[in-house]
Design a protein around this ligand. Structure first.
Ligand code: FAD
Length: 425
């Protein structure tokens, strides 16, 4: 499958699905080259911002799914300065380094305004089906039939595109583990997707399953109201101090009434249960002929966590996690656009399939590998690498977080120059 996408004088019609941070980043770069590209962006809601559009209401209140999983008092788990897109460094607050969700939404609105992006977006338009129209055997000639439903009028329309950029977000469909006996528990059970504020846990003993960013942050927030919070996980114990009414426990093996039996053979009694167990990747709008399958937290088959191997004129922005998302979007989008313009050469099909093989359940969790990944894409696309302060800041930041889970969000971060970042708690 090696080769370039042929450059023709015809504009490349690109469909972008979603207008969150990833979709906005896609439009920013597409609209920077309107000689080559003709973008059309479909956003199911009435506004831009995706995850960062806070909704006080949950599905239980309004009867239909809510996209955002943001809660009322959320502070970012990265310093705002490291969340900036490299070409729009506007979040420069230094203390506390982690901002509110309102600040991030304002930043995205400013980004859209600055690059005049909203003119390309059609709102209330939900993409309900995407399928390839194969032309001969040549993947470069594949087109896409995209079916979109107007949520205001219920009218359905079909459009053809040369390429599709999927920016639908990956934190909306709760992942809930099966726990034996959970049906015998009569307390309140909720996933962090529906968590908004801590007051309802006043005087309760709460068990939280999962100690990722949400489990830790929400758990600490709830300790201000709950009698006790148990944080259940099987990772290494934290080196940081925790609130006095928070205890780490091992995983839940089975439940009997309000007794939670743990893998270390101990038992805790709890009133309420909160799943902070993450989210599933979901692409319900992809026809099976797209050849994309979600399997055990892994999106199959993608080259570089990004390009549909069977149909390379389809890309997925934002699949990797444990990364700094916005700067990575900036690189991923440009790599794909350079591929469409014939400036990136893909390896053979066999090499790409080998590359995409599931290594572990956490294959898309890049962590320390994210820098190599971003640099690889940037070099392959012939675009600027990310400035080094992202890596330096993130690495120092991770250390501060590990040392002090209670205070790290209130630290001060100074980016002195490309190579020097100062963080103080
Ligand atoms: P989203 O923001 O989810 O946007 C997807 C958009 O696609 C939405 O507008 C949606 O309506 C639209 N859409 C979906 N399906 C369709 C369809 N079929 N048709 C049309 N439109 C569709 N990141 C950080 O950098 N720092 C943080 O501190 C941070 N904290 C987080 C805290 C929480 C609780 C969560 C859930 C995430 C956090 N993130 C954080 C990650 C965050 O999700 C990313 O930063 C980023 O906002 C993801 O952008 P996105 O565009 O990929 O997805």
């Amino acid at each position: 499958m090696s080769g370039n996408i042929e450059t023709t004088r015809k504009k490349i019609k690109v469909c972008v699905i979603g207008a969150g941070a990833a979709g906005l980043c896609a439009i920013r770069h597409l609209s920077n080259d309107l000689i080559s590209f003709e973008p059309a962006v479909f956003e199911q809601s009435e506004v831009i911002g995706g995850t960062w559009v806070y909704s006080e209401k949950t599905q239980a209140d309004i009867g239909h799914p809510i996209h955002s999983s943001i809660y009322k008092n959320l502070r970012t788990n990265l310093p705002l300065q490291l969340m900036n897109f490299p070409d729009f460094q506007r979040m420069d607050q230094t203390e506390p380094s982690c901002g509110t969700h309102e600040q991030v939404l304002k930043y995205l609105l400013d980004y859209a305004d600055h690059f005049n992006l909203c003119q390309f977006i059609q709102f209330n338009m939900k993409v309900i089906n995407v399928e390839p129209i194969l032309k001969e055997e040549d993947w470069r000639k594949t087109e896409w039939k995209v079916t979109i439903k107007n949520l205001k009028t219920d009218l359905v329309e079909e459009n053809n595109f040369d390429a599709v950029l999927i920016c639908n977000g990956h934190y909306s469909e709760p992942k809930i583990p099966k726990i034996s006996g959970i049906e015998t528990f009569s307390g309140n059970v909720m996933h962090s997707h529906d968590y908004r504020s801590p007051e309802k846990y006043s005087g309760k003993t709460v068990i939280i399953l999962g100690a990722g960013p949400s489990g830790i942050d929400i758990g600490i927030e709830i300790t201000g109201f709950a009698t006790h919070v148990y944080l259940s996980h099987n990772g290494p114990r934290f080196s940081s101090a925790l609130p006095p009414n928070m205890t780490e426990i091992t995983r839940v093996k089975f439940v009997n009434g309000n007794e939670f039996h743990l893998t270390d053979a101990t038992t805790v009694i709890a009133d309420d249960l909160l799943y902070c167990t993450g989210y599933n990747f979901s692409f319900l709008f992809l026809d099976e002929t797209c050849h994309i399958k979600v399997d055990n937290d892994h999106v199959n088959m993608l080259f570089n966590h990004l390009i549909n191997i069977k149909h390379p004129k389809m890309a997925f922005v934002g699949i990797p996690f444990k990364v700094i998302p916005f700067p990575m979007f900036h690189i991923q989008v440009q790599y794909f656009l350079q591929l469409l313009k014939g400036q990136v050469t893909l390896p053979s099909l066999e090499v790409m399939i080998e590359d995409s093989k599931v290594k572990t359940k956490k294959t898309h969790a890049l962590e320390a590998f994210q820098w190599e990944y971003n640099d690889y894409l940037a070099d392959a696309a012939g675009i600027d690498r990310l400035p080094k302060f992202y890596k330096i800041g993130y690495s120092e930041w991770s250390v501060k977080r590990t040392e002090n889970l209670l205070r790290y969000k209130y630290s001060k971060i100074e980016i002195i120059d490309d190579q020097t970042v100062k963080i103080s708690i």
